[in-house]
Design a binder for this molecule. Structure first.
Ligand SMILES: NC(=O)c1ccc[n+]([C@@H]2O[C@H](COP(=O)([O-])OP(=O)(O)OC[C@H]3O[C@@H](n4cnc5c(N)ncnc54)[C@H](O)[C@@H]3O)[C@@H](O)[C@H]2O)c1
Length: 341
């Protein structure tokens, strides 16, 4: 299938473009490069057309739909920093909600009816029970989570009225890097635990701060469900194929169903890198639930999804290989690679 990948120059998007190409699909990347990296496209196994555009601008999207055949859309583009969303809600509603509806309208105008959407565990808010199943009430505690829930609601209305087929994939904590070594995580500022731990191991930051050591968990630190980015990518390809075979629309949790504490992640990283990593302890951050672990049976059952890099140590090892080889992210690659045209 021909897939238009909105936000395809970002961390999860580019890994998914690679998985699409490997599965025999074609991809076009559409991205405003606000947090993505055009350099990453040069590291894909085959050339992929790139359109620099903004999902909130219908004229930019029109260009993509007019210039390329599009059978389905994957929508990764978002602002996704929880803390920032509480300080600048307008920017989040603009990008994540207005951008979403602009995309849906463009798809409708061009008769494209299949969409895979990057949703998040943040739609659940403070969980009533873990593991969290898809039926758990959606009570997001941040503006970021609310923008994602709103777009999920829009998807359901577009399904009901206009026959949209969609999968809203609720990722837990995306982590790791392409096991082939070509792609990885490159965010600035970096807010995700595993890259922060590895940057501390590389001496790129003074220490990793543990926010809260008095949670009601075995070692007092928060527990999260880490899922390898290439496993997320595979789930997108499966969702695309299952939807195109006529399966029903809906939401799917994507996680491994097992949780690791912040201290366990740091200990695993110390084993992988082979040396101690400097740690500081700080206060809890508001809105951080003690435990977030996915009930991900639905994706296994309905999409046939089987995570291939589920071990925490494997996730950390692939991330370490990427960060060690690319301490400045894709900019490191630029220094040694031929110039982009
Ligand atoms: N990383 C995680 O752990 C995680 C967890 C849950 C959900 N998500 C969601 O997954 C998606 C991808 O996350 P990521 O970590 O790859 O983020 P990312 O920031 O690396 O990727 C987002 C991409 O979208 C692009 N983009 C942003 N706004 C745009 C706009 N208006 N127009 C065009 N392009 C735009 C950015 O340039 C970037 O390339 C996001 O929607 C995020 O909310 C991520």
């Amino acid at each position: 299938m021909n897939v238009l990948v909105i936000g395809g120059a970002g961390y999860i998007g580019i890994h998914t473009v690679k998985a699409l190409l490997e599965a025999g699909h074609t991809a076009v990347v559409f991205d405003n490069l606000s947090t993505g990296h055009q350099e990453a496209l040069a590291r894909l196994p085959a050339p992929v057309p790139f359109i620099r555009g903004d999902v909130t601008r219908a004229e930019d999207l029109e260009r993509a739909f007019k210039e390329h055949p599009v059978d389905a859309v994957m929508h990764f583009a978002a602002k996704s920093l929880v803390g920032e969303s509480m300080q600048h809600p307008a920017a989040y509603y603009h990008n994540n909600v207005l951008g979403g509806v602009t995309l849906l309208e463009c798809m409708r105008a061009h008769g494209v009816k299949t969409l895979i959407f990057s949703s998040t565990a943040a739609v659940y808010g403070e969980p009533e029970a873990v593991p969290i199943a898809e039926e758990h009430p959606l009570r997001p505690s941040s503006v970021y989570g609310r923008t994602k829930r709103m777009f999920e609601e829009m998807l359901e209305d577009y399904r009901r009225v206009y026959g949209l087929r969609y999968a809203a994939l609720r990722y837990f904590n995306a982590a790791g890097a392409d096991p082939g070594g070509a792609l990885g995580e490159d965010h600035d500022p970096e807010t995700h635990l595993i890259p922060i731990v590895l940057q501390a191991a590389l001496g790129l930051r003074e220490a990793v701060t543990i926010y809260g050591t008095d949670y009601d968990t075995p070692d007092g630190t928060c527990i999260r469900d880490y899922i390898h980015v290439s496993d997320l990518a595979d789930a997108h390809v499966l969702a695309l194929e299952v939807l195109s075979q006529g399966a029903g629309s809906g939401a799917y949790n994507l996680g491994n169903g097992s949780g690791f504490s912040v201290r366990e992640v740091i200990e695993t990283a110390e084993r992988v890198v082979g040396r101690p990593i400097p740690v500081k302890e700080g206060p809890r951050r508001p809105g951080d639930p003690a435990v977030l672990v996915a009930g991900a049976e639905k994706a296994r059952r309905e999409l046939g999804w089987r995570p291939r890099w589920a071990e925490l140590e494997t996730i950390v090892r692939t991330a370490w290989e990427w960060h060690r080889a690319h301490p400045q992210g894709y900019r490191t690659a630029r220094a040694g690679a031929p110039p982009l045209d």
